[in-house]
Design a protein around this ligand. Structure first.
Ligand SMILES: [Zn+2]
Length: 256
């Protein structure tokens, strides 16, 4: 069965630190391949506590979209779990260069447990087992950050991770399922907050019109606004299927 499962829907620091939402990231299974995207704090615990339990030793790879802790906090322990404590060298780790080299978030010894480390770059194609995927252009975020396009069947998936809005976003992410990290309800003038708001998302969805849009990675203003209410409003306004991810949500790719 091919599916995406949300092991966390927290976005940015405060929702993560207070664990108002879990911060485990996303599990993707397609064909015989299992990939973990952005194992934030709690990823391992969320896998093992999920019902049915998902087994990290079946992972074929781990992808970090960027090195911020809400995306990478559990990367080392997930590598250990994927490789059964380092005894079974396996899997591929994908990450931007700055997550691996300057002030790295992946420990050197953990990097030695995986079969291969691949550096994510702009506009590049990659593959893990049955899952081909590509990066688009570099996001506008304080650290090196890439969104992802998964060429999965029966549905393609685009994954717009943290970024400040830029006008090319809709052209870069054309997956039938569009996962968008929307931290803020309203845009904020502060240049330091490099995240999408619902206003940005509205503009992106108007242009991309995916088969299914999934909002996730909520900051405090989104949590307070009740993401499912915001999603329902967008769905009505745009005439598109829009849902807000909740912790543990599983989407079967065959059913979208
Ligand atoms: Zn970030």
């Amino acid at each position: 069965m091919s599916f995406i499962k949300f092991l966390g829907t927290a976005g940015a620091r405060f929702v993560m630190m207070k664990q108002l939402r879990a911060s485990g990231g996303v599990w993707l299974s397609a064909g015989k391949t299992n990939v973990y995207i952005d194992p934030g704090p709690g990823a391992l615990v969320r896998c093992l506590n999920s019902k049915p339990k998902i087994d990290p030793s079946t992972l074929d790879g781990i992808i970090l979209t960027h090195k911020h802790l809400d995306h990478s906090g559990d990367v080392n322990v997930m590598i250990e779990a994927m490789t059964e404590g380092g005894f079974k060298k396996r899997g591929i780790l994908f990450a931007p260069r700055d997550a691996l080299e300057e002030d790295p978030v992946v420990l050197k010894y953990a990097m030695g447990y995986v079969d291969k480390v691949e550096v994510l770059k702009e506009d590049s194609d990659y593959r893990i087992g049955d899952i081909p995927f590509s990066t688009a252009r570099k996001h506008q975020h304080r650290v090196e950050t890439y969104g992802l396009n998964f060429d999965t069947s029966p549905r393609t998936i685009s994954f717009i991770t943290d970024t400040k809005f830029f006008p090319e976003i809709p052209d870069l992410y054309r997956g039938e399922i569009l996962v968008i990290h929307v931290v803020r309800l309203k845009p904020i003038g502060d240049e330091l907050i490099e995240h999408l708001s619902i206003e940005d998302v509205r503009g992106i969805l108007k242009k991309t019109r995916p088969r299914l849009a999934i909002l996730t990675h909520f900051g405090m203003t989104m949590v307070k606004a009740k993401p499912w209410v915001v999603a329902a409003e967008l769905e009505k306004e745009l005439g598109l299927k829009v849902i807000a991810a909740s912790d543990g949500l599983k989407i079967d790719l065959e059913e979208v």
